[in-house]
Ligand binder design. Structure first.
Ligand SMILES: [Zn+2]
Length: 135
């Protein structure tokens, strides 16, 4: 699994995030057949792009044709690079690392194996079964 973003990819994502500010920016890292990593900026199609992101699935499909997607990048334009419970759950479901660029330019890596059941509880995904088990 990818551990660090290559400097050129980080620079490209910082430029994208600055251009899309105050909207959240999102992008992918694709592993090309020659084993190099490529940066691919994507569209954020969320209804509330100031506070969340939804990576356009058309972009994902298109870039995945070049090679496996090895990381998901997104920015937090007005908050630190701390993964939200929602970020953590979606990261775990995807099974690949995420990198979050915070408002101060700091970068945090989120590994899907770090995600706990508590995160799922916070997002409400487990809410109904839990309530039923308390009856
Ligand atoms: Zn986030």
């Amino acid at each position: 699994m990818i551990q660090d973003l290559p400097p050129d990819i980080l620079a490209a994502f910082k430029a994208q995030a600055a251009a899309e500010h105050p909207r959240e920016a999102c992008a992918l890292v694709v592993e090309l057949p020659n084993s190099s990593y490529a940066f691919r900026s994507c569209r954020n199609i969320a209804e509330d792009p100031l506070g969340t992101f939804t990576l356009d699935p058309v972009d994902w499909d298109r870039f995945e044709d070049e090679g496996p997607v090895v990381a998901v990048l997104h920015s937090h334009p007005s908050t630190p690079a701390k993964a939200s419970a929602h970020d953590r759950v979606i990261c775990a479901e995807g099974g690949i690392p995420w990198f979050i660029l915070g408002q101060g330019g700091e970068l945090v890596r989120l590994d899907p194996s770090e995600v706990s059941g508590l995160d799922k509880l916070k997002t409400g995904i487990f809410k109904r079964p839990l309530m039923e088990s308390f009856r």
